[in-house]
Design a protein around this ligand. Sequence first.
Ligand code: IPE
Ligand code: IPE
Ligand code: MG
Length: 255
Amino acid sequence: MSEDLLARINKAQLPKHIAIIMDGNGRWAEEKGQDRLYGHFHGVESVRNIVEGAAELGIGYLTLYAFSTENWDRPENEVQGLMALLVDTIRKEVPVLNKNNIRLHVIGDLNMLPDYARQELQEALDMTAANTGLNLIMALSYSSRWELVNAVKNIGLDVKAGKINPESISQETLQQYLSTSQFPDPELMIRTSGEYRISNFLLYQLAYAELYFTDTRWPDFRKENLYEAIVNYQSRQRRFGKTGHQIQEETELAS
Ligand code: IPE
Ligand code: IPE
Ligand code: MG
């Protein structure tokens, strides 16, 4: 089944950047009569599997939404347990990341994190900095509105310091002030667990992304589910505001 799906993926037209809202851990655990943290714990298995799958396919960038700024408002034991699990896992996975040439990045408001967590993350970032394969971007304490406010603030400061001329501010300028400035925009955004919303994730960057929603809860999500999403993505015509005929002509000219 998984091999069939894999064979249906057109390797020449892979999305360069896939972004995933990893949702449904809590409900997955509750449905099994377990504590929500049990779900987060099993969600880590899915992260390993999907990171491996993306690297094998040759995807350039994979962004995983692991913790939102709004998630800080959850009950304290869940926040602490989840944060410890995330930071511990990232730290422990460094040898595997290095073995697979995966470079780790983190986006989000890291000032909200406890000191130990920030230090461990920094070490993991430094230890994978030379890798040239998959770029794995963990969105941790991230929200798009936080990111946009931060960007506007920094643009304001640079205008004040005379580093940029406000008249010359363009989409490229704004893009350079986002925490994703080094990455291309995602072409494909996946959300698991049957919720049809963006929940403050990459609002600017997802402007033209194809959105893929699945009922599968994150702890059950595996490589074959990723392949399925990519096959579905490749069946769509991306028009960017043009007509279908224009796109068809352009593809014919290019081939
Ligand atoms: C996703 O699962 C992980 C985080 C948001 C941190 P949830 O914890 O949101 O699980 P549900 O949506 O409550 O099932
Ligand atoms: C989005 O999931 C954030 C992450 C997956 C990290 P949530 O579970 O927090 O989103 P809502 O509250 O259902 O919108
Ligand atoms: Mg959720």
